[in-house]
Write a protein that binds this ligand. Structure first.
Ligand code: 1CP
Length: 333
């Protein structure tokens, strides 16, 4: 059993395993080297040999307890034949969403299109570097994927004015996203993913009255599906504010928290295992601050099943030495 499984399945509080969101990524010079030579991001994700190498890069440097596969949540719309491009300085740009084409799409055609992602998972699972460690697969939550697929770009500066106009259309898209997410999950698990994390990066965009329809209901369906495959599921409904309500209703195996929520409130309100929380910006300051903040989370969750992580992805400007310092600190705790 891996250390992370001990926390997730046995509620073990005596160990504090660590992995970091975006641990394979732009703060590592060896990633940037590969990235520069591969300007097409989707193609890079579909190159199983290179994406396996990128997935393993942080494990070669740091004593992390998991490998998270190098892929992207937007491989789903890509697999549904919606155009997905990443532009430097802008982010993802998606093409028009052709509902009829998605309705007619065969599951096997989707699987063939994203097959390298599953091949990558097998490569990672069978690599010596992940022995006794967890291999984490992931998906975007239905709501966050709906946002990208309809908005066609990052909602950083808000949603299109007419986003919610055609509710019937949205409902149909949401159902299709759920259908193909199950296919994507099943294939990841069959290829060796031992945990699935659901990233709902834009959960914070919704008003309370819409949470049930766009977040709770579709997420419950996926959480129950993942549990039926006998795999733990970690949910990250970023900036949702109502983490307790989310856990009471959705009941994932663990909840990943962002850096804005008070960890003491979480400890008081939430009974399931917790992951994450520390502000990634702390890693841009001093070792002293990192020590203080990391210890704060470790102390608060001392007697609670807890997986150390940040409250969002590690920032591109982070010095890898600071990451090394953090991992050692958590391991020595
Ligand atoms: O070099 C580059 O410019 C590419 C940057 C990059 C990377 C390294 C993107 C584009 N995606 C990724 C990999 C990635 N994406 C991982 C890898 C595994 C890891 O080490 O953690 C994961 C888990 C994701 C998931 C993802 N993609 C999310 C959810 C997590 C989060 O950060 O909120 C989201 C929202 C995306 C969309 C996406 N992909 C890439 C970017 C820049 C974005 C965000 C765009 C936006 O701001 O809307």
């Amino acid at each position: 059993m891996t250390l992370i499984d001990k926390v997730l399945i046995n509620n073990d509080t005596s160990i504090k395993p660590i992995w970091i969101m975006r641990q394979a990524g732009r703060y590592l010079p060896e990633f940037r080297e590969i990235r520069t030579k591969n300007p097409d991001f989707i193609k890079l994700c579909l190159n199983e040999v290179l994406s396996a190498e990128i997935t393993l890069q942080p494990l070669k440097r740091f004593d992390l307890d998991a490998a998270i596969i190098f892929s992207d949540i937007l491989m789903l719309p890509y697999g549904l034949n919606q155009k997905v491009e990443f532009r430097k300085g802008i982010g993802p740009i998606l093409g028009n969403l052709e509902l009829d084409n998605i309705i007619e799409l065969e599951e096997s055609d989707f699987v063939e299109k994203v097959r390298p992602v599953y091949n990558l998972i097998s490569l990672i699972k069978n690599n010596e570097l992940t022995k006794n460690k967890s291999t984490i697969g992931f998906i975007g939550a239905p709501w966050t994927l709906l946002v990208y697929m309809i908005n066609q770009r990052s909602p950083k500066s808000g949603l299109k004015h007419n986003f919610f106009e055609d509710e019937n259309f949205i409902d149909k898209v949401l159902k299709l996203i759920e259908k193909f997410l199950k296919v994507h999950i099943k294939n990841q698990v069959e290829s060796g993913a031992q945990i699935i994390q659901i990233f709902d990066s834009w959960a914070g965009l919704l008003e309370q009255k819409n949470l049930s329809k766009y977040i709770y209901t579709p997420t419950i369906n996926l959480v129950e599906y993942i549990k039926s495959l006998k795999v733990p599921v970690i949910c990250f409904p970023k900036s949702i504010k109502r983490y307790k309500e989310f856990c009471d209703i959705v009941n994932p195996s663990a909840i990943c928290i962002d850096y804005e929520v008070n960890p003491k409130e979480i400890l008081k309100d939430i009974k399931i295992p917790v992951q994450g929380g520390m502000d990634p910006k702390i890693l841009l300051t001093s070792q002293e601050n990192v020590k203080k903040e990391a210890k704060k989370y470790l102390d608060i969750f001392k007697d609670h099943p807890y997986i150390f992580n940040l409250g969002h992805g590690i920032l591109p400007d982070t010095d890898p030495k600071m990451m090394d310092y953090l991992v050692k600190l958590v391991k020595d705790y």
